[in-house]
Ligand binder design. Structure first.
Ligand code: HEC
Ligand code: HEC
Length: 367
């Protein structure tokens, strides 16, 4: 049947179109036909090949993001979780890390920018904390080396948690009796375990447990039914058009810095990594974001300016790859991106009961 159609098309091509155009179209049909035949004859082989190819591009998402320097001991994770959810680390006792990085909402708050102390907003969007410990550095512009260093920032940031000083933070922690044994267990052998650095290390240890494996990982490890045919098709498109030149590795991004508007300029007021390095060549350069859970973490870009995932994909095609993706390609890629939604371990991410304040715990300060 396919042969008859093909011959018919060849005849039509030869009679209706000019010679070179007909050769082009016949070649196109031949390629399309042979691809269809291969696909139906060995759908399983090609899924196997796709899974293998994907494993080599993306690698394996670890179950735990500890390193030898930064262990995720049970005691540190327990303390880190407590701190992550504790609003008393903010000036008015109303904002915790979880306010902007909601762990039951894929680690984001779903807003373009996030309200901090007294409702103030910065000009960047809250990225997810899930899987973030694997990134080459932290923040959109990579200005913190790791999650431990990063965690020390927001507490003192005047428009986020707005604590006046490290000392003020330690006064609060010391005033809450339940923290003393938690710090002592998390940092055994230290005579003064309650320090600002240790707060960052404990929160970091907790964040190193925040991984969200899902169907994509099951597919890569050989469970070929974990992705639907449409999702596999989208993955192929994602690979073929070149998204993987930037979005690769276990977090599907997060490993390199790239210019937004690499091929075609993209309007944005924020100079990006230029603010960190002062190098002209770093203008509009950003850490390539992870695409894990991307269907759940909009709005998109460093400033939260793009609402819809399909628009975002088309923008990437146009500005990062210099191509107009067809609506079918965009849809296909979005279908794959939806398969990057994973699951967190609720035993780790569940909000703990607040440790009771002590008699000396400072009062909230709304000023
Ligand atoms: C008021 C909202 C807000 C609060 C509170 C907040 N963050 Fe963030 N967080 C942000 C924003 C916005 C960014 C991105 C800023 C940038 O890149 O310049 C960010 C970035 C991060 C990142 C970097 C992720 C990545 O992919 O680069 C991590 C990790 C993180 N925050 C963890 C925390 C922790 C831990 C706390 C509590 C100590 C916290 N945040 C408190 C808004 C907040
Ligand atoms: C040349 C590198 C590069 C290529 C190629 C590329 N991206 Fe990106 N991508 C980036 C950078 C850099 C950002 C972040 C820009 C910003 O926030 O201003 C980004 C952001 C995104 C975002 C938004 C992430 C978020 O959390 O807001 C999505 C979705 C995305 N890319 C998907 C894709 C898809 C799909 C393709 C292929 C069609 C692709 N990208 C190709 C570098 C690239």
């Amino acid at each position: 049947m396919a042969t008859v159609n093909l011959l018919g098309a060849m005849r039509m091509g030869a009679s209706v179109l000019g010679a070179s155009a007909s050769i082009m179209s016949v070649l196109g049909i031949l390629v399309a036909t042979s691809m269809t035949v291969v696909a139906t004859a060995s759908a399983e082989d090609s899924a196997t090949a796709l899974a293998e190819q994907s494993r080599s591009i993306f690698g394996v998402l670890p179950a735990d993001m500890a390193t030898s320097d930064r262990p995720t001991t049970e005691a540190r994770v327990k303390l880190g979780r407590q701190l992550f959810f504790d609003p008393r680390l903010s000036k008015n006792h109303d904002i915790s890390c979880n306010s902007c990085h909601q762990l039951d909402n894929f680690g984001v708050d779903g807003q373009a920018t996030s309200p901090g102390h007294r409702g103030q907003r910065g000009d960047r969007s809250s990225p997810s904390v899930y899987n973030a410990a694997l990134h080459t550095a932290q923040f959109w512009d990579g200005r913190a080396a790791d999650v431990e260093e990063q965690a020390k920032g927001p507490v003192l940031n005047p428009i986020e948690m707005a604590m006046p000083s490290q000392k003020a933070v330690l006064t609060v922690i010391q005033s809450i009796p339940g923290y003393r044994p938690l710090f002592a267990n998390a940092f055994p052998g230290e005579s003064q375990p309650i320090t600002y650095d240790n707060m960052g290390i404990a929160i970091g240890a907790f964040e190193r447990k925040l991984v969200t494996p899902g169907r994509f990982d099951r597919f890569m490890s050989g469970d070929l039914d974990a992705l639907t045919t449409q999702q596999q098709e989208g993955l192929r498109t994602f690979i073929e058009v070149g998204c993987i030149t930037c979005h690769y590795g276990p977090t599907v991004g997060g490993l390199t810095y790239q210019k937004l508007g690499l091929i075609k300029a993209y309007e944005s007021e924020d100079p990006g990594r230029f603010k960190v390095t002062g190098n002209e060549s770093d203008r509009s350069v950003w850490k390539v974001p992870s695409l894990r859970n991307i269907a759940k973490t909009g709005p998109y870009l460093h400033n939260g300016s793009v609402e819809q995932l399909d628009d975002m994909v088309a923008i990437m095609g146009r500005h990062q790859l210099g191509m107009e993706l067809s609506p079918t390609q965009v849809k296909s890629i979005v279908t794959f991106l939806n398969a990057l939604t994973g699951e967190a371990d609720v035993a780790i991410t569940q909000e703990p009961a607040l440790l009771p304040s002590g008699p000396d715990t400072p009062a909230p300060d709304p000023s």
